[in-house]
Design a protein around this ligand. Structure first.
Ligand code: DX5
Ligand code: ZN
Length: 209
């Protein structure tokens, strides 16, 4: 099991993003989690490849783009060209997974599959062999600062029992206490936004680990 912390910049100050990213880096963050939303797959709009490209210039932290967009295949290559290390798309968008997987392989970027709280784990059966990581959403995607949905986290042992050996990332409503439970369940990467930015960043990352 890995013990990684991936702060979500959704809770950062976008008017001074470079400063917040540097703070995350020097506070021990392992991965930068970037939430990409299109106002269609989820009821919020955030940032796209243009901004991710500039973020790439100011940090050497591994970048993890969590795509919450209806047409990932249309933008996949734009993200990968930037030189990011992780990219995920949602299982709820069944049809474009194969195509996106092939693109990710060409770029040697880790390919993740995200699953919403209400989506059943059997949907993941066919992607277990192609996913480098599975991102379990423990809030309904769209916003930071929501309450953790515990039942969704119980998918961790279920997925392991399905024979999945890759990385498991958990995202949404996570604080130090919850992170501890998630690690015990077998989570490798903890994503956290509001908990990190509402507290002392260094201390919060340490607690999440
Ligand atoms: C929600 C995003 C999360 C979110 C996490 O749609 O995918 O990454 O920013 O923020 P917190 O930790 O505040 O729930
Ligand atoms: Zn996310």
């Amino acid at each position: 099991m890995k013990n990684l912390v991936a702060p979500s910049i959704l809770s950062a100050d976008f008017s001074n993003l470079e400063n917040d990213i540097n703070k995350l880096k020097y506070s021990g963050a392992d991965i930068l989690h970037i939430d990409v939303m299109d106002g269609h797959f989820v009821p919020n709009i955030t940032i796209g490849p243009v901004v991710v490209k500039d973020i790439r210039k100011v940090t050497d932290l591994p970048i993890d783009c969590h795509l919450m967009i209806t047409n990932p295949e249309r933008y996949f290559e734009d993200f990968l060209e930037i030189g990011i290390q992780y990219i995920s798309m949602h299982i709820e968008l069944n049809r474009s997974i194969k195509k996106c997987y092939e693109i990710a392989r060409r770029y040697k970027t880790k390919f993740g599959i995200a699953i919403n709280p209400e989506t059943k784990t059997d949907k993941l059966k066919w992607v277990i062999d192609i996913a480098d990581y599975i991102l379990i959403m423990t809030v309904h995607p769209g916003f930071s600062g929501q309450a953790f949905i515990k039942e969704a986290s119980l998918k961790i042992p279920v997925i392991r029992n399905m024979g999945y050996n890759g990385l498991i990332e958990v995202d949404g409503g996570i604080n130090a206490e919850i992170a501890k439970e998630l690690r015990e369940l077998g989570a490798d990467i903890i994503v956290s936004g509001s908990y990190i930015f509402r507290n002392n960043i260094k201390e919060a990352i340490k607690m999440l680990r």
